[in-house]
Ligand binder design. Structure first.
Ligand code: GRF
Length: 190
């Protein structure tokens, strides 16, 4: 059987820029990659990431609605397209525990800190203010508690004296792009 037909189907949820989505799409085109980005769902109509989806002819949906409506519509798309994994990539809403249960497939997130440190927002600012020597990113399973599910993979980078939240964010973002695809290729077993 041709490899591409066995690739696991991924739905990526985004809210904005979509650089992690872009990097995942790039990886999913490799022959040896274990996954294919099959669906992109945004909770924002204007999310830049939707452009990458369209450019790459990936089915995409923008559902700028209440959380309940967003979740119901997303669940039906996930069933319809027989999605195997949901990846959150810069997705700025907190999914309900009912959604997590009903989806019945693993949901994975990337967070720009070395969890369990700095859950939530403004991670780079907080890491610098509290004089951490290192920061980085974490790919983890999504559980009902924010940024607290089982960790799949972390990558770290040194915080230099000259770093500010912006420079640190861009160093961590580069790591994120590698970490997400590595984590997915690591957990997917055929
Ligand atoms: C990333 O830093 C991600 O970890 C965080 O939001 C940012 C999204 O970036 N949750 P992008 O939309 O993938 O470019």
């Amino acid at each position: 059987m041709e490899k591409s037909t066995t690739k696991k189907k991924i739905a990526v949820f985004i809210s904005g820029r979509g650089s992690n989505l872009k990097s995942l799409i790039k990886n999913s085109k490799l022959k040896q990659g274990k996954f294919k980005i099959h669906l992109v769902i945004s909770n924002k109509l204007t999310a830049q990431g939707l452009k990458y989806a369209k450019f790459n002819k990936i089915k995409s949906f923008a559902i700028e609605k209440s959380l309940k409506e967003f979740e119901n519509k997303s669940l039906s798309l996930i069933k319809k397209y027989k999605i195997n994994y949901i990846c959150l990539a810069g997705f700025m809403r907190i999914l309900s525990s009912s959604f997590i249960k009903k989806a019945k497939i693993p949901i994975i997130n990337i967070h720009p800190s070395l969890l369990p440190k700095f859950k939530g927002l403004n991670t780079h600012e907080r890491a610098i203010k509290s004089k951490q020597k290192f920061s980085g990113c974490t790919v983890h399973y999504v559980s009902e508690k924010l940024d607290s599910g089982k960790i799949i993979l972390q990558k770290k980078v040194k915080i230099l004296k000259k770093d500010n939240p912006k420079t640190l964010a861009s160093k961590v973002l580069k790591l994120e792009h590698k970490a997400y695809r590595e984590a997915l290729n690591f957990i997917i077993n055929f």
